[in-house]
Design a protein around this ligand. Structure first.
Ligand code: ATP
Ligand code: MG
Length: 331
């Protein structure tokens, strides 16, 4: 069975974008692949997090993974720092990555271009840790949203170079980008990706938002003055985004949805989108509340970490032998 790996970093509350672009797909894939999904708490701290808030977001993320349908029987679920080999291999990967490569990463470049100050070295080198996350487990596929594709490509480059230098060690992973729902945009700004760390409360739908709030956010989504529901990302980015959300959650194509709403007003269309979103999130929240009550997160994370550690330990030892830093058999 092919192996697939992914993660979400809960630097904030998980959004509908994270659900559509990532978590929901993991749930589908867990039947056909050996799934490994972890909570990337090390990646979270590349940007300062208020500790108490971070703890809450991490716990929520674990519960939400399960609430969205990840099944611990099928998916290995764990917290990144519970498997210390991530940090260990992350450092080794950083030593095998060129500055030029990191300088080309658009995510970091965008942050620089925005003139953000106080960017950490951890944020700059995070693609190296991400490479380690993936290569530790010989993942065949990494399902990602559009924004992460470049980092998986860098992972392949690092792995390839390592293999050439030290002999076959790592499997080269393939990024798997979903066609529908790969880039959900802010509701109040359809030119920018919905991102949990943007602090744009009106533009983001959070999975744990009150259902009425979700409805309100969708009803006040930015549209345009054309007054026609068409699939035209350039001219009607707001409508396009709503079509994308509707399509992702119903598996009906955007063209079919646009045809169904031909001649109808934006208000009616938004209401239909809100119905679909609320219905989906209501199910997730119900299950989330049950999981919190059952108190099962602890056991799931511990078991997941044990399984992941076995794989990761073997891989790191192999790497360390190859590069010459391991000089004895550690018990
Ligand atoms: P941050 O602002 O911290 O970068 P984020 O919301 O972009 O947060 P990530 O942790 O970077 O979330 O990504 C988690 C997963 O969700 C990735 O696979 C990413 O591609 C996907 N994802 C994130 N935002 C969206 C979005 N708006 N549409 C579709 N997929 C998304
Ligand atoms: Mg992101």
């Amino acid at each position: 069975m092919k192996r697939m790996l992914s993660a979400v970093k809960p630097t904030g509350k998980l959004t509908l974008g994270n659900y559509i672009g990532a978590i929901r797909n993991f749930v589908k894939y867990q039947n056909d692949y050996e799934m490994i999904v972890f909570i990337a708490n090390l990646h979270c701290i590349t940007v300062y997090q208020e500790p108490e808030e971070l703890k809450k977001n991490l716990k929520d993320a674990a519960a939400l993974y399960m609430a969205c349908g990840l099944d611990p029987e099928k998916t290995t679920m764990f917290l990144q720092t519970d498997v210390m080999e991530h940090a260990e291999l992350g450092y080794i990967m950083a030593c095998n990555t060129y500055l030029g490569e990191l300088n080309r990463m658009t995510q970091f470049k965008d942050k620089m271009a925005k003139g953000e100050s106080g960017l950490s070295a951890g944020l700059y080198t995070y693609p190296c840790l991400m490479a380690a996350d993936i290569l530790l487990y010989d993942a065949d596929y990494v399902p990602v949203g559009d924004d992460q594709k470049q980092h998986v490509e860098l992972t392949r480059d690092i792995a390839q170079r390592f293999n050439n230098r030290y002999g076959e060690t790592f499997k080269l992973p393939e990024p798997l980008v979903q066609q529908v729902g790969k880039r959900i945009m802010m509701l109040n700004d359809p030119y920018h990706k919905m991102s949990k760390s943007e602090n744009n409360d009106k533009g983001c739908i959070y999975l744990l938002d009150d259902l009425n709030v979700i409805r309100k956010k969708i009803m006040s989504a930015v549209t345009d003055s054309y007054g026609e529901i068409k699939v035209d990302q350039e001219r009607q980015p707001g409508i396009y985004n709503l079509l994308e959300i509707y399509s992702a959650l119903t598996d009906i194509s955007k063209e079919e949805i646009a045809a169904e709403f031909k001649g109808k007003g934006y208000g009616e269309f938004k209401k239909a989108v809100a119905d679909v979103v609320v219905q989906e999130i209501e199910k997730i929240q119900k299950r989330y509340n049950e999981i919190i009550k059952e108190n099962i997160i602890e056991d799931v994370l511990n078991e997941g970490a044990l399984k992941a550690h076995k794989m990761a330990f073997k891989k790191v030892k192999k790497v360390e032998r190859k590069i010459g830093i391991d000089i004895h058999k550690r018990k």
